[in-house]
Ligand binder design. Structure first.
Ligand code: UDX
Length: 433
């Protein structure tokens, strides 16, 4: 099939490269000429494990190309995917649809034969109707159908999530469009990934419901962690104890400093706005958003308490800045609020992250960025583990003890057992333990 991917960011580039790997011919479009130039030069502007090889093989096989011109790409395409950003609008948390609407108008002008227009971006319920209206207004004679096909990609695992999804969700009723979508995803149907079809609004809401539920599950275990600290239990035991119930499942029960990233914070807010618009409040998600926001600075205070309550003039080493491992993405990372809390309390922060320091420099000022974990902790009064990168899982604890001025370790991701840390003469503060 001939596919066009509009938007070459985390979702568009991964989806386009994976579709090309399925054997489809894909043109990835982006407004940003420098991004397209990088991609044409074989440079990948985002960090996603395995993406560089996948893009290179798609380009080498002549199945993947890049352009800034929607017009030349859309003509003759079987399907055009809208994978542009839907960031939270400044202030009110509504999803900003300006990029989706602009792409819709440009698609309308370029449509030739029957074409399926696919919303892959996470979009508020009803966007499919909106995109249909925009295209029909701009090009009344166009022969097209709009379907929803939300992505369920986790950053750092996006390629695997695309190629071995738990499910593919397609929302729409146009039979011709559904036939095209089944053909597009046929390589997956050979595996065990169910391809489910539903209404367009159902698919749009499924995406938000999924992310909001995952955010709720994380927030639940985070609050259980706080209770565990009070009653003297270990939240990891609770997580294992409830996770083995197959109605609950053991995933997303890792207590931590709160969720971040480009999806959960944005999608929970957008869902709440939709709920308000339709006068059907989702109070549990309102609570999740409030709890998670407060938690991040509370983690900064946890560090301050672990250091005796006053960090003025102290140096604190923070390992991990990205919102989770295997990504360079700093969007809504808990490390941002944690470090700002420590700086507000008068501490100097030394930081190291394997991938996201470039992005961090734009967000976190007055931080000393170090070249490796041990340089960061040399002479520091405490060590904070904020993101569970694999390379932090086997630190030389004897060296840690020697380098730290005060033997204080705060493990915000429960990477280490308490006994191992205390066995090296370091004090241990974890989450929910
Ligand atoms: C998420 C959804 O998982 C994905 O399906 C959707 O398409 C996009 O949003 P992503 O935001 O990339 O993916 O990361 P994810 O792995 O879901 O983690 C989100 C946040 O939750 C991270 O900050 C992570 O640290 C945190 N988290 C996750 C926990 O604190 N505990 C957990 O058990 C799992």
């Amino acid at each position: 099939m001939k596919l066009v991917m509009i938007g070459s960011g985390y979702v568009g580039l991964v989806s386009g490269a994976c579709f090309a790997d399925f054997g489809h011919t894909v043109i990835c479009v982006d407004k940003d000429p420098s991004k397209i130039a990088s991609l044409q030069a074989g440079e990948i502007p985002i960090y996603e494990p395995g993406l560089d090889h996948l893009v290179a093989s798609g380009v080498a096989g002549g199945r993947l190309s890049f352009t800034t011109e929607i017009g030349e790409a859309v003509g003759g395409a079987d399907a055009v995917f809208i994978a542009v950003g839907t960031p939270s609008r400044r202030g009110d948390g509504h999803a900003d649809m300006v990029y989706v609407h602009a792409a819709s108008r440009e698609i309308a002008a370029a449509l030739t034969g029957f074409t399926v227009v696919v919303n892959k971006s996470t979009v508020p319920v009803g966007t499919g109707d909106e995109v249909e209206r925009i295209i029909r207004e701009a090009n009344p004679d166009a022969d097209f159908a709009v379907v929803s096909n939300p992505e369920f990609l986790r950053e750092g695992a996006a390629i695997d999530d695309f190629k071995r999804p738990d499910r593919v969700v397609i929302g729409g009723h146009d039979e011709r469009a559904l036939a095209v979508m089944r053909e597009i995803y046929r390589p997956l149907a050979l595996g065990r990934s169910p391809i489910i079809e539903m209404s367009r609004r159902g698919a749009e809401l499924t995406k938000y419901a999924g992310n909001a539920f995952l955010a709720t599950k994380i927030t639940f275990i985070n609050e259980m962690a706080d209770l565990c600290e009070k009653v003297g239990a270990d939240v990891q035991e609770i997580a294992r104890g409830i996770g083995l119930d197959n109605r609950i499942g053991s995933k997303f029960l890792h207590a931590g400093p709160g969720y971040g990233g480009s999806c959960f914070p944005k999608d929970t807010l957008a869902l709440l706005k939709t709920a308000d618009d339709y006068d059907s409040p989702i109070r549990i998600v309102e609570a999740v958003v409030a709890i998670n926001d407060r938690r991040k600075r509370a983690m900064g205070r946890k560090v301050i308490e672990a250091m005796g309550g006053d960090v003025r003039g102290k140096t604190i080493a923070v390992l991990g800045l990205a919102f989770k491992p295997n990504t360079d993405d700093m969007r809504d990372s808990p490390a941002i609020a944690i470090i700002q809390t420590l700086q507000d309390a008068g501490a100097t922060v030394h930081a190291f992250d394997p991938k996201s320091m470039e992005q961090a420099r734009g967000v976190l000022k007055d931080v000393i960025y170090c070249t490796d974990p041990y340089t960061a902790m040399d002479g520091a009064d405490a060590l904070v583990l904020a993101t569970e990168w694999d390379e932090f899982r086997a630190l030389d604890l004897g060296r840690v003890k020697t380098l730290l001025t005060q033997p204080v370790l705060v493990d915000l991701r429960n990477i280490y057992p308490r006994a191992v840390i205390e066995g090296h003469g370091l004090s241990y503060t974890g989450i929910g333990r």
